[in-house]
Design a protein around this ligand. Structure first.
Ligand code: NAP
Length: 225
């Protein structure tokens, strides 16, 4: 998602990666496009990494408090830490996931039950958050099967992957679709998004914008892409 945002904005973005892995973050940031010298400071590339473990509420409180003091506003928060390695996550999941009559699964913990509960737990949390903060837009996404290590990392996956092709998407395709959804301005009467009009190229947008400004008597300013 960060890579797509950096590329879709030609680097005119402030992106803060949060995670445990400094080396991976450095590699990802090094691949981002950079704005050229002379770009206004409010549009120039600003990329950084903050080390934080998402299972530590103390670290999360520390980093969110720091960011809310430093930043005027945050337009998008993308939250996707995760792991399917339940054997090493057991204690953590047990503390986090519960049935409605056994919160924390104190009485009846199994990995299968914890995994199933996780879905309902996340769905309920998002519905509650959306109800509590109506001015914030929440997108709780089921991306389908994305070819990340969760899918590609198990023994024998090399033999199975070719058959998963039609049923899976790459991380890049997934991120493209999700950003498209975020940016979309065109929806049908059923609330579904229309595909992008292929005639609307950057050149067409520029010409239409300048024509509209000319016709309405204002000063032409550049379009966003
Ligand atoms: N892939 C799919 O097909 C699929 C489908 C549906 C839903 N999902 C959900 O989407 C989410 C992401 O899945 P994914 O396939 O992208 O997983 P992934 O490839 O394993 O990526 C998870 C990322 O989270 C980071 N991470 C893990 N634990 C963390 C922690 N405690 N603190 C900070 N960062 C942490 C990992 O980085 P490090 O380990 O380097 O720290 C890694 O970059 C999960 O919640 C998963 O259940 C995935």
């Amino acid at each position: 998602m960060a890579e797509q945002l950096a590329h879709q904005t030609n680097g005119r973005a402030q992106i803060i990666l949060l995670g445990r892995n400094q080396t991976a973050a450095d590699r990802i940031i090094a691949s981002f496009p950079q704005t050229s010298t002379g770009t206004p400071s409010n549009e120039e590339s600003k990329y950084s990494f903050i080390k934080v473990d998402a299972t530590s509420m103390a670290q999360i409180r520390e980093v969110t408090s720091k960011l809310s003091k430093e930043l005027d506003k945050i337009k998008f928060i993308v939250v996707s830490p995760g792991s399917s390695r339940m054997e090493v996550e057991t204690r953590r999941v047990k503390a986090l996931i519960g049935q409605w009559h056994d919160l924390g699964l104190v009485k009846g913990f199994t990995i299968g039950r914890a995994y199933n509960q996780m879905v309902t737990y996340k769905d309920s949390a998002f519905e509650e958050l959306a109800a509590r903060y109506p001015k914030v837009s929440f997108n709780h996404v089921f991306p389908g099967m994305v070819t990340k290590p969760m899918i590609t990392g198990f023994t024998g996956s090399l033999f199975i992957l070719p058959f998963l092709g039609p049923f899976s998407v790459t991380p890049q395709q997934c991120a493209q679709v999700l950003w498209w959804r975020m940016w979309t301005h065109q929806i049908s009467r059923y609330g579904e998004e229309f595909p992008h009009n292929r005639h609307v190229t950057p050149e067409v947008k520029k010409a239409v914008w300048e024509h509209a400004i000319k016709m309405t008597g204002g000063e032409p300013t550049s379009t966003t892409s």
